[in-house]
Write a protein that binds this ligand. Structure first.
Ligand code: FES
Length: 123
């Protein structure tokens, strides 16, 4: 199997191509401490898994990625969710369950934590 075919198998197992949403969580050191970032990341993984939203399909299913910088740097962890392009600040571990419940499941952003929006147009 060539590399392209191998990667396509991996992507298929991860359900890439079937997600409606993708969450990026910045745990970079200009956003938060290493401990705060890691705790938020673990909380996001756990919450998505516990609610059946990780490695699943449907409108609330969500792919997740941790990153080191989203270029806004501060008051983190910073989180952005696409395709809405909703940017959140201060997304420490204790805020993650509310985010999953309200934004991902109910489709209602937590406005007091939203500081920017960049919805992606459908092509
Ligand atoms: S370190 Fe998080 S946005 Fe730059």
């Amino acid at each position: 199997m060539d590399e392209k075919a191998r990667l396509a198998v991996v992507a298929d197992k991860l359900l890439i191509g079937r997600y409606h949403r993708h969450v990026f969580l910045c745990i970079g050191e200009d956003c938060c401490t290493k401990e705060e970032g890691q705790a938020a990341w673990e909380a996001l993984k756990k919450e998505l898994k516990d609610r059946g939203l990780s490695l699943s399909v449907g409108p609330s299913a969500c792919y997740r990625t941790k990153v080191q910088c989203l270029r806004v740097c501060g008051s983190g962890p910073i989180l952005v969710v696409y395709p809405e392009g909703t940017y959140y600040f201060g997304m420490t571990a204790d805020k993650i369950p509310e985010f999953v419940e309200k934004h991902l499941i109910d489709g209602q952003p937590i406005e007091e934590r939203v500081f920017a929006r960049n919805p992606l147009p459908l092509v």
